[in-house]
Design a protein around this ligand. Sequence first.
Ligand code: C2E
Ligand code: CA
Ligand code: CA
Length: 683
Amino acid sequence: MAGRSRLIRLLNSYSGRMVGGVLLLHVVLLPFLLTKVISLIEHSYISQFVNNSRSDAYLLSDLVGSTPDQERVRNYMDEAVLTSRVEFAKYIGKSGESISLGRFPEKLVEDFSFSSHDDGVYQIVVPVFDPQAREVAELVLGYDERPVQLDMSQAKRSVYSMMGIYSTAMLIFSIFFARNLARPINQLQSLTRYIAEGGYGKLDETMGIKSSITEIRDLSLDLERTRRQLLEQTSKLEFQAYHDSLTRLPNRILLEDRVEQMIRVADRHRKSFSLMILDLDKFKEVNDTLGHHVGDQLLAVFANRVKRSLRNMDTFSRLSGDEFAILLSENDRKKTEKVIEKISALLERPFTVDEQNLQVSASIGVAIFPDHASNFSGLLKCADIAMYHAKRQGKRYSVYSEEMEHLDVEKIGMANELRNALKHGDLVLYYQPKLSLEGNRVDCVEALVRWKHPRKGILAPDEFIPVAEKSQLINELTYYVLDQALRQCQQWLKKGLHLSIAVNLSAKNLLDESLLRNIRILLDQYQVLPGFLELEVTESMVMRDPTQAHKVLSQIIRMGIKVVMDDFGSGYTSLAQLVSLPVSIVKIDKSFVLNMFKSREHRAIVKSVIDLSHSLGKLVVSEGVENQRIMTEISDMKSDQVQGFHICSPLPADQLEDWLSRTDYRIGEIPVEKYHESGQYSV
Ligand code: C2E
Ligand code: CA
Ligand code: CA
């Protein structure tokens, strides 16, 4: 069976067909050619023999007829029998005399063609004429056919052997030729198959076939070109499939692959390794304020800088947006810490994007195999939880622990508790005065919310505002604070304390369509003029949806409410952008004020914010005034208002009233119009 299929394969192959074709041609043509050649040879031999014999016989008959002398006749015949190919001769005279010479056959039969009667002798009978042309006798001559037959068969043999040699040579040649031709074709075939099966080899190697046959050489060159193109395309596609296009870092798929490899190795050698998640802080702000193209460039330069600081064996991958992962090949706590330190150090230098210097910080979560999880998704989840934990705690990094998950559950519980707290009035407002330096007056206080938690005591806003923002409670909370603050404002007004109240807004509040209507209702309800209310917003809030924010803030200002740009400088708003922002007051972030004497840059920022805001007709508040030194410096810089522990910490309403009654500062004379002399956002 196998033999048969091999034969069929051979017959269907190029060389099989070629050799088969040559064989077939010869099987059909050779017998025909042979018979033709042989009959030609035979014909020429026979006709030569017959002609010779006949002319010989007539010559002898002429000689014999020329003499009546019987003795001479016999001599002539004798000579013929002896010397020529004549086997026998017989003279039969008309008058009955006869002479017989040679070896006679049994019966005399005249032959009319060569080799008839199968007696090996060609017999001819010729008449004998005397000189007077009278027929006097008959001459019967027998010519030996055997020498001619021998010659003929010898000639045939050499024809056969020549044909044999020719056929064999032809066969050998065709096999050789077919093989020679088929070899490069076979090589091309295997190369094509190799390529079709996805084996593209390497770019620096050549896979072409060497052949002197032009068509095959061209085909081979084409194939080589195709292979290279496929190789380039495949490696490009492969790169795209496993890498992030922006940073060119390995993507999640490749990371997963490497982590799984690492798990196999670590399992075998009972080793551990760590997976870290690194998330940029406040990256959204960069995107919102400076645009996505700056955000993208920042990610790319950041990725490049971190990548260069890691070893080749470590994998640095981009998971999504501003989230990256680092797979360290070994887990030595010290080493992990070293890597984190290295990354933190390189984040201290600002990143230059679009000719702007951007400062970036990051939070890192660490998960360790096999302590925390034994597969990729588990490790990723743990690192993620640890990263969020670090972010919440304001730490550079944290290593996963089970309690962190409980904390998350706790946050969900907290949202429910907060909902109840809002219902039961467990949130209270503390008030922190803002001091106007001109005239040493306190005419505004900022309302800062606190949660009187039944078990945990007084909670700071940073602990629950993010929960409120996440759990859709933030609008409710803001209205709660506005309600309490305006109620307090009304009470103070009634007591003759003319204090305006500043309330902090959250980003989501600006998207709330009923915000303005609700504020108006509350102002009406408590009979408070809009000029007694300030709303504090942060730049990141504004930049999240600038069009909407501009619209809402302009409406707020038109209502006569003042808008304070809180924490100015902590985001990415440039001083130039300040021009177009619909705000009445700029509050410099406390981090700059607090560090005024530690860094010249911070001091310079404070000074330029004050100067620029003034030239734009905006008031400036400096928060974080913790000591007299800062206070003096800030007032020298002509900040309009100051706020900070040095003046007064945030206090509950009753305690604030005590403080107000004791303080030397003048209280509650609001020169509202003075704020807006420039008229830009005037009431
Ligand atoms: P903020 O608006 O920047 O408020 C100022 C924060 O700085 C307050 O923290 C205040 O206690 C603190 N502070 C005041 N003087 C000084 C000082 O001299 N030095 C230092 N180091 N800090 C000072 P607090 O009350 O914990 O509030 C934190 C943040 O929570 C606020 O920052 C504000 O963004 C937010 N927040 C507070 N109340 C509310 C609210 O009712 N609604 C919303 N949405 N956010 C609020
Ligand atoms: Ca504030
Ligand atoms: Ca602030």
